[in-house]
Design a binder for this molecule. Structure first.
Ligand code: APR
Length: 247
């Protein structure tokens, strides 16, 4: 284990050393040090062409104006395209091989966990680099090929495709939350990193882990509604704190 650090106690290190089944939930804060604006951390682009974020990113808008939704997500991709995983993403990618089971669930659609080398990431809110057919559900990687047709047309059925992300007013992708909840309920150590813990059902996952007896560690520069439920709260930035756990 690396040298002592005031933010990371020996008790936390011991918990990590002894852990067998680890569950991690991440939010926008884990990507903040990569330059991705958070939603409620005051860094975000809350308004797009006069529309609040919660409208342009909604199922209602998808119905009303699909091209406008594509324009918004194309803009977000243009912002994200040059951003790289930070030490927090890289640490979590290293951890996936260290435990009996390791589950990484994220609310982020930026794809930075995958870019850091994390496998089988449970993307609770989808992935901005993917399109999904609104008719047959076929998916397409938007980085494969240079299809700039908007909205993209499905190769399988000719239907119009939409961004493969969960919009306000929509359900999470089938089975992804259930899989995460099962793993949260089986873990002995749970990390909650960079989330305001305000958006459900994702915010319920650490509670499920806590109720199942797991040791819960929160990493966030700010306290959240979840902090009181956690056995350990590290008030710090993910990219600075996570590497401190590396042996
Ligand atoms: N390291 C760790 N945490 C950080 C950092 C950092 N470097 N910087 C900011 N944070 C914390 C903030 O203090 C805040 O609590 O990250 C949290 C980000 O909260 P939100 O912006 O609310 O993001 P998140 O919790 O992921 O939002 C959940 O809401 O808008 C929807 O679909 C969207 O997935 C998103 C969901």
């Amino acid at each position: 284990m690396s040298a002592q650090h005031p933010l990371v106690t020996e008790q936390m290190r011991e918990r990590v050393r002894r852990a067998r089944r680890v569950f991690v939930l991440t939010g926008a804060g884990v990507s903040a040090e990569s330059g991705v604006p958070t939603f409620r951390g005051g860094g975000g682009t809350a308004v797009w062409k006069g529309m609040p974020f919660s409208l342009i990113s909604s199922a209602e808008m998808l119905e009303r104006d699909l091209p406008a939704v594509w324009e918004w997500f194309d803009y977000r991709r243009s912002v994200l395209g040059s951003l790289q995983p930070n030490p927090a993403h890289l640490a979590l990618a290293r951890w996936q091989n260290l435990f009996e089971t390791f589950t990484l669930a994220t609310q982020n659609i930026d794809g930075l966990h995958r870019a850091a080398g994390s496998r089988d990431v449970l993307e609770l809110h989808g992935n901005i680099w993917q399109a999904r057919c609104a008719i047959c559900g076929a998916r397409r990687d938007l980085r494969a090929g240079d299809d700039n047709v908007r909205p993209p047309v499905c190769c399988e059925c000719g239907g119009l495709m939409r961004p493969d992300v969960v919009l306000f007013g929509e359900m999470l992708p089938e089975g992804v939350f259930e899989h995460a909840a099962q793993r949260a309920g089986e873990c002995d150590l749970c990390f909650v990193i960079g989330t305001s813990a305000l958006v459900y059902p994702a915010a319920a996952l650490p509670e499920i882990a806590r109720r199942a007896g797991a040791y819960v560690i929160e990493i966030n520069p700010e306290l959240t509604p979840l902090s009181g439920e956690c056995q350990a709260v590290i008030k710090g930035r993910a990219g600075e704190v996570l590497p401190l756990f590396d042996s």
